[in-house]
Write a protein that binds this ligand. Structure first.
Ligand SMILES: Cc1cc2nc3c(=O)[nH]c(=O)nc-3n(C[C@H](O)[C@H](O)[C@H](O)COP(=O)(O)OP(=O)(O)OC[C@H]3O[C@@H](n4cnc5c(N)ncnc54)[C@H](O)[C@@H]3O)c2cc1C
Length: 230
């Protein structure tokens, strides 16, 4: 899995702070800009986050390039509706020459399970190639491809949606692959917006675990892990 932060709003925290100041100030834009540049952005962002004035976070946007994830994970990712996506097409990109599959660690750790996985993926790829040789288009041959098929995707989310995404997908309840991807995205986001994403992570970071009976029971360790992420 490779994750890159391809683009983000220039100076995301200053942009968010400016938007928040504008809400509470009679000053004009130029004056607000000067104050945003000179002021203590960290204190200001902490204040609006604690007040729950989260709509101003929507002014900061982040674009990630992600490759080497399975179609299982890309399907889980695109359930997050307040985002924009561009995914490699299985209609226009043939898998005859290049076909990669993501193997779950539980399967990789078991020799027999790994053998079954590799064998089955090989058989499916062979069948895909045969269909293609018979003149079946990629868009129809792809009906054979497994959930494990590797894909690449570009996703853009604003900071508010990212915080929500991290709360759900960094949680131990999320599946290992999307969790690993979400943690990778969080590390990159923290580098460019450390105040906004300082307390980001699963729902238990800022309070009691919201998962009820599904709580992993490892809240203390999870909090420790996310406090020392970078
Ligand atoms: C552990 C886990 C298990 C899951 N299991 C399943 C499963 O078994 N089956 C399944 O189908 N899905 C499952 N999901 C996916 C889940 O149901 C959501 O589709 C997904 O997590 C996207 O979250 P969301 O809807 O909160 O957020 P987003 O789409 O990211 O939206 C963010 C927020 O915007 C608001 N919002 C967005 N759209 C609307 C709208 N139309 N109306 C009102 N408010 C809106 C909501 O407040 C929402 O929380 C699972 C998710 C997790 C994390």
């Amino acid at each position: 899995m490779n994750i890159e932060l391809l683009q983000h709003t220039p100076d995301p925290e200053q942009t968010v702070a400016l938007a928040a100041r504008l809400c509470y100030s009679p000053s004009g834009l130029n004056e607000l800009l000067e104050r945003a540049e000179a002021g203590d952005i960290t204190t200001f962002i902490n204040k609006i986050m604690s007040l729950g004035h989260h709509s101003v976070l929507e002014h900061a946007s982040f674009t990630f390039g992600i490759e080497g994830i399975s179609r299982v994970t890309s399907h889980q990712l695109v359930r997050h509706r307040l985002a924009s996506y561009s995914q490699q097409s299985q209609r226009y990109v043939s898998h005859v020459e290049r076909f990669d599959a993501v193997m779950p660690p539980s399967i990789a750790a078991d020799e027999e399970a790994k053998r079954i996985f590799d064998f089955t993926v090989g058989v499916v790829h062979q069948a895909y190639k045969q269909l293609s040789e018979m003149g079946i288009t990629a868009e129809d041959a792809r009906y054979l491809l497994p959930n494990a098929t590797s894909t690449k995707i570009i996703v853009t989310m604003n900071a508010r949606e990212l915080l929500h995404f991290f709360a759900l997908r960094c949680c131990e309840r999320a599946q290992w692959e999307i969790r690993s991807m979400a943690v990778g995205m969080l590390k990159l986001a923290q580098k460019v917006a450390p105040t906004i994403f300082r307390d980001a992570g699963p729902g238990c970071i800022g309070g009691p675990c919201p998962e009820g009976d599904f709580c992993c029971g490892r809240t203390v360790e999870v909090r420790k892990q996310f406090r020392s992420l970078n």
